[in-house]
Design a protein around this ligand. Structure first.
Ligand code: CP
Ligand code: NVA
Length: 311
C-alpha cells in the first residue's frame, strides 16, 4: 500500500497542483503509453494496485477511461456511487476517506463542491484525483492539451477561444493557460462569467473577456465549448437555454478562427445547442481523439502519482 511508499503523496485536485515540468513529463509519458497501447504492447507498472472510483454524478468517459486504463496498467478498480454506498447515507466524507484509503492505492472522485474533494484528500492516505467537480475538470484539460499537442505541437503562445458557460471547464482552461503559457479568449453570456477567485488564478493576465463570441473566436488556434447546463444545475435549464442562445459554436465562428483551428468539446454534446452539428462533426473537430486521450493521459497520471517521474 502507498502508506509505506517512499513517494510523498501528491493529489491532483486542480490543474494548478502540477507545474510546467510535471506536465512536460505527463505529456511525454502519455505519448509513450498510447504508442504501446496501439501496438498491443503491455505496460503494467501498477500490478496489484487498486483504484477506487467514486461517482456522485453520472459519467461515461471518466468511468470507462479510468477503469479500462487501470486494468491496462495491471491494476484493478472498485466502483462506488452515492446510491450504492454509505456516501449517500451521510457518512462523513472524512470517515469515508480514512476507510477507503486504507484499502486502495489511489482514489478518483467525481463530486459537487471542490471543498468536498479537498476534505477527502486531507484525510486520505493515498493520492486523490479530481474526476470533475463543480469548479474544475483537470483530467479533461490534460487530455485536451495532449490532443492539441498531437495535432499542432506546443500550445505555448497559442490562443484558445472559450465560448459558453464560465464553468468547471472554463476555470480549468484558465488555470492551464497560466501554467503552460497560452492565452484564452473567454465569451460567456452575462451572468455566467468566470469568477477569477473561484478559478483560482495567479494573475488573470492570460485571459481576455469578449462580449461577442465571434470576436472571441477571431484568430483563435482552438475553439472550444461545453454544455449550457452542467450537472447539478439542471433546475436552471430553461433560463440557460434563453441566455445561451447566441453562444452556439457555428461555422461562421470557426471561419473567424485560424484556418487550421481545431474544435474541441469535452462531451457529452448537444448538437443545435452549444455547437452546430456541422462543426462538431466537421473536419476541424477532434472530439473523438479528445475522448480517447482521456485514457492515455490518465494512465500517465496514475503512474506519476504512484511511481513518480519514471523514465
Ligand atoms: N467529458 C467527460 O468527463 O465525460 P463523462 O461525463 O462522460 O465522464
Ligand atoms: N461542465 C460539464 C462537463 C461534463 C463532462 C458538467 O460539469 O456537467
Amino acid at each position: 500500500m502507498s502508506a509505506g511508499s517512499p513517494q510523498p503523496i501528491r493529489h491532483y485536485l486542480q490543474f494548478s497542483d502540477f507545474d510546467a515540468a510535471d506536465y512536460a513529463h505527463l505529456f511525454a509519458r502519455a505519448a509513450l503509453i498510447k504508442k504501446k497501447f496501439k501496438a498491443y504492447e503491455r505496460h503494467q507498472p501498477l500490478v496489484d494496485r487498486t483504484l477506487a472510483m467514486i461517482f456522485e454524478k453520472a459519467s461515461t468517459r471518466t468511468r470507462v477511461s479510468f477503469e479500462a486504463g487501470m486494468y491496462q496498467l495491471g491494476g484493478s478498480v472498485v466502483h462506488l456511487t452515492t446510491g450504492d454506498s454509505q456516501l449517500g447515507r451521510a457518512e462523513p466524507i472524512e470517515d469515508s476517506a480514512k476507510v477507503i484509503s486504507r484499502m486502495v492505492d489511489l482514489v478518483m472522485i467525481r463530486t459537487f463542491e471542490q471543498t468536498k474533494i479537498e476534505a477527502f484528500a486531507a484525510h486520505s492516505r493515498v493520492p486523490v484525483i479530481n474526476g470533475l467537480t463543480n469548479e474544475f475538470h483537470p483530467c479533461q484539460i490534460l487530455a485536451d492539451i495532449f490532443t492539441y499537442i498531437e495535432h499542432r505541437g506546443s500550445i505555448a503562445g497559442k490562443t484558445v477561444a472559450w465560448v459558453g458557460d464560465g464553468n468547471n471547464m472554463a476555470n480549468t482552461w484558465l488555470q492551464a493557460s497560466e501554467i503552460l503559457g497560452f492565452k484564452v479568449h473567454v465569451s460567456t453570456p452575462s451572468g455566467y462569467e468566470v469568477d477569477q477567485s473561484i478559478a483560482g488564478l495567479r494573475s488573470g493576465d492570460s485571459y481576455e473577456v469578449f462580449r461577442d463570441p465571434m470576436e472571441a473566436c477571431r484568430g483563435a488556434d482552438l475553439v472550444t465549448t461545453d454544455v449550457w447546463t452542467s450537472m447539478g444545475y439542471e433546475a436552471e435549464n430553461e433560463t440557460r437555454r434563453t441566455a445561451f442562445a447566441d453562444w452556439c459554436v457555428d461555422t461562421e465562428m470557426m471561419r473567424a478562427a485560424q484556418p487550421d483551428a481545431l474544435f474541441m468539446h469535452c462531451l457529452p454534446a448537444h448538437r443545435g445547442e452549444e455547437v452546430e452539428a456541422d462543426v462538431i462533426d466537421g473536419p476541424q473537430s477532434v472530439v473523438w481523439d479528445e475522448a480517447e486521450n482521456r485514457m492515455h493521459v490518465q494512465k500517465a497520471l496514475m503512474e506519476f502519482l504512484l511511481l513518480g517521474k519514471v523514465a
